[in-house]
Design a binder for this molecule. Structure first.
Ligand code: AMP
Ligand code: ZN
Length: 136
C-alpha cells in the first residue's frame, strides 16, 4: 500500500522524478539529493513501510540482496574504496523521512567524512545485565 502524502511513496512509484539508478517490481534505488559522498543512494521499497519494524520480512531480505548488487556496481563504476550502509529508525536515530530507506554511502580515501559514535567501556557485569535484558 502507498501512503497519501508520502514523498518516498511518490518517488518510489515514479510519480515524482528522481535520479534513478535501478528499478524493479518492488524497489527503486535513487541518488540522495543531499549526498554525503559521490554516489550516495537510497533504496526505497515501493510499498509504504514507515521503518524497519514495519517492513515485511520478505522485503527485509530482498533489500539486503539489492544492497549487495548495488555495492558491486559502485565498486565497478565509481571505484569507491569502501561502503557504509545506514538505516535510521525513529527521530532519535536521525530518521527524517518516515518511509523505510536504506542509505548506500560509497566511501573514498580522504572523502572527509567520518562516522563518530561515542563509545562506552562497560564492565563485564554491565554487559551481562544488558545481555540478560535482551535475551530473557
Ligand atoms: P534519513 O535522515 O535517514 O531519514 O534520510 C533521509 C534522506 O533522504 C536524506 O539523506 C535526504 O538528503 C534524502 N532526501 C530527502 N528528500 C529527498 C528527495 N526528494 N530525493 C532524494 N533524496 C531525498
Ligand atoms: Zn511511503
Amino acid at each position: 500500500m502507498r501512503k497519501e502524502n508520502c514523498i518516498f511513496c511518490k518517488i518510489a512509484n515514479g510519480e515524482i522524478p528522481s535520479k534513478t539508478l535501478y528499478e524493479d517490481r518492488n524497489f527503486r534505488v535513487i541518488l540522495d539529493l543531499g549526498p554525503a559522498t559521490k554516489g550516495h543512494a537510497l533504496i526505497l521499497p515501493k510499498e509504504h513501510a514507515e521503518n524497519l519494524y514495519d517492513l515485511p520480512q520478505e522485503s527485509a531480505s530482498e533489500v539486503m540482496v539489492l544492497a549487495q548488487k548495488m555495492a558491486a556496481t559502485f565498486v565497478e563504476k565509481l571505484h569507491c574504496d569502501g561502503l557504509n550502509l545506514m538505516q535510521n529508525n525513529g527521530e532519535v536515530a536521525g530518521q527524517t523521512v518516515r518511509h523505510f530507506h536504506l542509505h548506500l554511502i560509497p566511501r573514498y580515501v580522504d572523502d572527509g567524512q567520518s562516522i563518530n559514535l561515542k563509545t562506552g567501556s562497560p564492565t563485564q557485569e554491565e554487559l551481562e545485565a544488558i545481555r540478560r535484558t535482551i535475551v530473557e
